[in-house]
Design a protein around this ligand. Sequence first.
Ligand SMILES: C[S@@+](CC[C@H](N)C(=O)[O-])C[C@H]1O[C@@H](n2cnc3c(N)ncnc32)[C@H](O)[C@@H]1O
Length: 265
Amino acid sequence: MNMFGDAEAYERFMGRWSGLLGPHLVNFAGVRDEGKVLDIGSGTGALSFCIARQKNHCQVLGIDPSDGYVKYAKSRNPVPERVSFEAGDARQLRFPDETFQCCLSLVVFNFIPDVRKALDEARRVTEPGGCVAAAVWDYAAGMRMLRVFWDAAVKVDPGAEKLDESHMPLCRAGELEELWKQGGLEDVSSRPLDITMRFESFADFWDPFLLGQGPAGAYLRNADSRRREALREVVKRRLAIQREDGRLRLQARAWAVRGRAPKAG
Ligand SMILES: C[S@@+](CC[C@H](N)C(=O)[O-])C[C@H]1O[C@@H](n2cnc3c(N)ncnc32)[C@H](O)[C@@H]1O
């Protein structure tokens, strides 16, 4: 089963948090309120909808290789006259050079195998001087929801260490920035983006992990019920959960990068 593709499940697990992170990336990228913006790896549409909400005059196009996500994003699109979605791969964009005033990507570059190719494509389709920006969760430290999960998983099952998302590429300070500089972007800068995740209850935190989404969901899907139960208990302890129906707040950090497509000449 694909790690991505079940839109409803992804939405419950991660998409809801992308909706909180997205506005920070839009601000950091300095998206202008005009022209066309590309959302690379648009998933269930969270970032595209943020851009449309914050910038009333932009046309937004989201591309994603998952047909299921594209269909879901289209079905929830509140502004179809300004936002559209289609299937596509970041490494081979169908658009002519300099089509977009800005290209954005939220929590995608860490999942793309030939990431330099994807960046070259983003730079190519961005107008000279336009912004190419991306963000990736700080899986190794600041993204508490996943950190608590993986630290507990390794405690229960040392074999989980090799699957721990702290091994994700581009998730540490400076890594995206280095890629952007190597990729020929100009005026490159990077910063952390922080959000607070608010969960209604422990179930609101834990149950979405059982939906098979992302590496953590895939790990749980392959674990037997005893291991799942043991892991749930360790997670509860580490979160100091006293009452399962109590609310929970966790900080989550992502690293963002921005750079300008070079001007010709
Ligand atoms: C963690 S999800 C993020 C989705 C969305 N940007 C969000 O923030 O909710 C990662 C997304 O990257 C997409 N993806 C994976 N490989 C890709 C590629 N080569 N080109 C474009 N998108 C890709 C997946 O289909 C998935 O939708």
